[in-house]
Design a protein around this ligand. Structure first.
Ligand SMILES: Cc1cc2nc3c(=O)[nH]c(=O)nc-3n(C[C@H](O)[C@H](O)[C@H](O)COP(=O)(O)O)c2cc1C
Length: 187
């Protein structure tokens, strides 16, 4: 059993939903998980944990500044333990290879901005929930959707997250954590 810290940044809640799924899966595997929105974290000490997973969504081409800052600030502590990163974006949901390359590019830019090389990276499609947007945001979102997915019918919501991919990523992360845990010496 490992103590795992999961920290996420979210704009409209989809990354929080992904974080919830990951938390549930890791707990089912017997780990103790503390999940926090980066906006709510105060004075966390990564040394209190055996492993850390960070997640962010992409808005206007980049991950939240708060997550970039968190990863940069804690880079040395992250490097010293099993760690991972996941990104949630619309590009990742697109079947267009150029958009998919863009989703990978966001991660490359995050790595560059933070100087952190995660042990494992997950890239997941996000969501578009027109029902939750006001008039102006809905107009902006329709324009963004036209570029990424073509799903501009604002009379319904869209979720593109591949939950099987989230599960597979979580299991791969858990395997990294478990193989790095010191085994108890047998007498
Ligand atoms: C204002 C805005 C800008 C966005 N810009 C991008 C973008 O540049 N690239 C992209 O792939 N997705 C973009 N998206 C899609 C989000 O990444 C997607 O909706 C994701 O589910 C958001 O996750 P969150 O709810 O955790 O913030 C944008 C979404 C919003 C609301």
């Amino acid at each position: 059993m490992a103590a795992i810290l999961l920290v996420y940044a979210t704009g409209e809640g989809q990354t929080a939903t992904v974080a919830d799924r990951i938390t549930e899966r890791l707990r089912d595997a017997g780990h103790e998980v503390t999940a926090n929105n980066v906006a709510d974290l105060r004075g966390v000490d990564l040394a209190d944990y055996d492993a850390v997973l960070l997640g962010a969504s992409i808005h206007l081409g980049k991950a939240q500044d708060s997550m970039v800052k968190f990863a940069r600030t804690h880079r040395d502590a992250l490097d010293a333990m099993p760690n991972g990163f996941f990104e949630v974006s619309l590009s990742a949901a697109s079947e267009d290879p150029e958009r998919q390359a863009e989703a990978r590019q966001y991660v490359a830019e995050f790595r560059e901005a933070t100087g952190w090389e995660p042990d494992i990276v997950g890239i997941f499609g996000g969501a578009f929930r027109y029902s939750q947007y006001g008039f102006l945001k809905r107009r902006l979102m329709k324009r963004i959707a036209a570029d990424f997915t073509g799903d501009t019918d604002a009379s319904r919501d869209y979720e593109y997250t591949d939950w099987d991919a989230v599960t597979a990523f979580t299991d791969d992360f858990a395997a990294i954590v478990e193989t790095s845990e010191p085994t108890e010496a047998t007498p």
